[in-house]
Design a protein around this ligand. Sequence first.
Ligand SMILES: [Zn+2]
Ligand SMILES: [Zn+2]
Length: 343
Amino acid sequence: MKALLLKKYMELELTELPQPELGSTDVLVRVRACGICGSDVHGLDGSTGRRIPPLVMGHEAAGVIAETGRDVRGWKSGDRVTFDSTVSCGQCHFCRRGEINLCDNRQVLGVSCGDYRRHGAFAEYVAVPANILYRLPESLAFDDAAMIEAVSIAVHAVNLTPRSLGDTAVVVGSGMIGQLTIQAAQAAGFGRVFAVDIDDAKLEMARKMGAAESFNSKHVDVAAEIAARTGGRGADAALEAVGATDPIRTAIACVRKGGTVTLIGNITPKIELPLQQVVTRQIRLQGSCASSGEYPACIELLSSGAIRVDTMISARTPLDEAANWFDRLYRHEPNLMKVIVQP
Ligand SMILES: [Zn+2]
Ligand SMILES: [Zn+2]
């Protein structure tokens, strides 16, 4: 089969690989769409330590079942599917509690980090265990379905955020996950959702996605603006989709006493925390990792149009031109959000 192989750091090569071998509980999926994730782009240069070559990356995918393992029940070739990016064991303490994102034996598709190597979906075929599959309705296009993994991250974060109908939320960071979080927060019953970023084009998009207002934190005191719109109290919740000191400080400063800051982004490993502000205002900091069981809800939200992803897809490319798109994403070409590879 054709596959896009990370042969060594900064070198992607379109190559022929043998089709993946199927375990008895695996299915072989003919990949029809696979999104290029920021973590794949960062993985290119080895800085994250999670894409050790040789590796086929790609974990945001959808396709059609081509073959099923001996012990697979309930699935057949021809079924349209997507799958979780997390491969969970189903056996450990956390899996048995339904917290599959916290699985002790968690692996991620298209990642190799020293502990394991699991080839992903930038290839004609990928093998995945049947327990992570989800059925796609006919009406949902493969390209949109490849966005479900990203949608699930936003939906999971909102699910972890305490709220009452009509509460006010601030989403800090208006990249793709931020845009999806704005939409998920509205679908979950938040009233006004405010968007924050340092890029005016992203803020404009956030308003199109339904943000009540948007603020450029380079130019205005965001906490003061939010206070002025919430009776001086601050928002009930903030969701942070960057993961660095400045935006996290902004998120903390924007919430009311007793409010929640849900932390989704993690581009930096450490931040400086305004501890006294958090303690004396009794603010809850809630980490959010991947998703656990939200895929069916995400399929529903996409099918109904409650969450829209079409405007976030910047380009579509066949496998043999995908390396160029990696390059453009790596060089931070402006106005590129999601690039979908169609192997
Ligand atoms: Zn991803
Ligand atoms: Zn487990």
